[in-house]
Design a protein around this ligand. Structure first.
Ligand SMILES: Nc1ncnc2c1ncn2[C@@H]1O[C@H](COP(=O)(O)OP(=O)(O)OP(=O)(O)O)[C@@H](O)[C@H]1O
Length: 369
C-alpha cells in the first residue's frame, strides 16, 4: 500500500506548487492510474514516491514505513520504475539492463541469469534471441517490454509506470497492455500508472485518479464509476463523449442478460424449420445442433439458411461484440456459454438498450467487481 498524506511540492521559481496538498491511498496489489492534462503534477507525484525528488511538505508511506526513513538506494530496489521510451541504458545489453537491480542486490551470476531469462519470457521476448542485443537493435515495442522487465527485475513490491506504453503504435500498445495485465494478475504488485489516454486508464486501472491542476485529484474511483458518474464538468470533459462506448469495454457478455431468439433443431425437417422461422417474431431463428450449439440462421421471410458467423463466448466484452458486428457486417450475433452452447443473441438493439438503461446502469450491473 502507498499512502500520500498532504503531499506538496513547490519547484523553485514556480508561483504555485506543482503538487498541492495531495492525499491519496494506493491499495495493496492494485493498479491505480493517474490521468489528467499535461503539467498537472502526475510525474512529480511519481518522482516524490521514489524520492527522485523530495517533497516540500507532507508524508509518503510505503506499507507502514515513512519513505523518508528508508535509505534511497534501498527504496529504489523496492520500487520498480518504468518510463516512456523505456529509459534503457544504450551501451548495455538487454540482459545487463534487466540485471541492474538483481546486480545491486548482490545476487550470484547464476541467479541473475535465470532471472533475466524468466523476465524476458514473461514479457514475451525469446531469451536466446534477445538477451545479447543492445537497445538500438530492438523495436520501440520490444524496448518497452525490456523496460518493464527491468522494472520487475528485483521483484519490487511497488511499480511506478510513467506512460510506459506511450510511444508505441496502437496495435502493439494493446498487446503490451494485455500482457502486462496478465503478468499483474499473477504478481499482484502495487502499481501507480500514469497515462494521458483515458482508454488506457479504463483498461488498466482498478482505480483511476483524475488530476486537475496542481496535483489536485478531482475524482478517485473505479473506472466504472468515473465513466458513469463523473464528479464534475472537468471529469466529464476529460473522459469525453465516448464514455458510453468505453463502458462497453468493461462489461462481459457472460454477465448480462441477452435475449433468447427462437431456435429450431437442426434435426427438424425442412418444413418444420421453415414453419418455425415463419412463426418467429424475430428476423431469424437460430438453428441448433443436438448439443444446443448454434450452427446457422434461418430467415423468417422464407430465405435459405445462412451460415453462423463467430459465436461470442462469455468472456467477450460488449465493445468487442460491437467490433465484431461491424467487422462482419451483421446486426446480431449469437452468444454461447463456455462450452459453446446457445445462450442468446446480442444485437445492436441490445447494446443500445444497455447503454441507455438508467443512464448506463444496465452496463454497470455487468461490470467488473
Ligand atoms: N524540475 C522542475 N523545475 C521546475 N518546474 C517543474 C520541474 N518539473 C516539473 N515542473 C513543473 O511542475 C508542473 C507539473 O509537472 P509534471 O511533470 O509533474 O506534470 P505531468 O502531469 O506529469 O505532465 P505531463 O503529462 O505533461 O508529463 C508543471 O507545471 C511543470 O512545468
Amino acid at each position: 500500500m502507498i499512502r500520500l498524506d498532504r503531499l506538496t511540492k513547490s519547484y523553485a521559481g514556480q508561483e504555485r506548487p506543482a503538487v498541492d496538498d495531495l492525499t491519496l491511498e494506493v491499495p495493496e496489489g492494485k493498479i491505480v492510474v493517474f490521468v489528467g492534462p499535461s503539467g498537472c503534477g502526475k510525474t512529480t507525484t511519481m518522482k516524490l514516491i521514489n524520492r527522485l525528488i523530495e517533497p516540500t511538505s507532507g508524508r509518503i508511506h510505503l506499507a507502514d514505513e515513512d519513505v523518508t526513513k528508508i535509505p534511497v538506494h534501498e527504496l529504489r530496489r523496492r520500487i520498480g520504475y518504468a518510463i516512456q521510451q523505456s529509459g534503457l541504458f544504450p551501451h548495455q545489453t538487454v540482459a545487463q539492463n534487466i540485471a541492474t537491480v538483481p546486480g545491486l542486490l548482490g545476487w550470484d551470476k547464476k541467479r541473475v541469469h535465470a532471472r533475466v531469462d524468466e523476465l524476458l519470457d514473461m514479457v514475451g521476448l525469446d531469451p536466446d534471441t534477445y538477451r545479447g542485443r543492445y537497445p538500438k537493435q530492438l523495436s520501440g515495442g520490444q524496448q518497452q517490454r525490456v523496460g518493464v522487465a527491468r522494472a520487475l527485475g528485483g521483484d519490487p513490491q511497488v511499480m511506478l509506470m510513467d506512460e510506459p506504453f506511450g510511444a508505441i503504435d496502437p496495435l502493439n500498445r494493446e498487446a503490451l497492455q494485455n500482457e502486462f495485465l496478465k503478468i499483474q494478475s499473477k504478481l499482484r504488485k502495487t502499481i501507480v500508472f500514469v497515462t494521458h489516454d483515458i482508454d488506457e486508464a479504463v483498461k488498466m486501472g482498478d482505480k483511476i485518479a483524475v488530476f486537475a491542476e496542481h496535483g489536485n485529484v478531482v475524482q478517485y474511483d473505479t473506472p466504472e464509476k468515473i465513466l458513469a458518474e463523473p464528479a464534475s464538468e472537468f471529469v466529464t470533459d476529460f473522459i469525453g463523449a465516448g464514455a458510453a462506448v468505453r463502458r462497453l469495454s468493461l462489461t462481459k457478455l457472460g454477465t448480462v442478460d441477452v435475449p433468447l431468439w427462437p431456435t429450431v433443431p437442426e434435426s427438424a425437417s425442412a418444413e418444420e424449420q421453415q414453419d418455425a422461422a415463419a412463426d418467429s417474431d424475430r428476423e431469424f431463428v437460430v438453428v441448433l445442433d443436438e448439443d444446443r450449439r448454434p450452427v446457422g440462421w434461418l430467415p423468417s421471410d422464407g430465405g435459405t439458411r445462412l451460415p453462423l458467423i463467430s459465436p461470442l463466448g462469455p468472456g467477450t466484452s460488449l465493445y468487442d461484440a460491437l467490433d465484431e458486428m461491424l467487422a462482419v457486417n451483421a446486426s446480431a450475433l449469437t452468444v454461447v456459454d463456455d462450452i459453446g452452447r446457445y445462450r442468446g443473441v446480442v444485437s445492436l438493439d441490445t447494446l443500445r438498450t444497455l447503454i441507455h438503461t438508467n443512464g448506463g446502469s444496465g452496463l454497470l450491473q455487468g461490470a467488473r467487481t
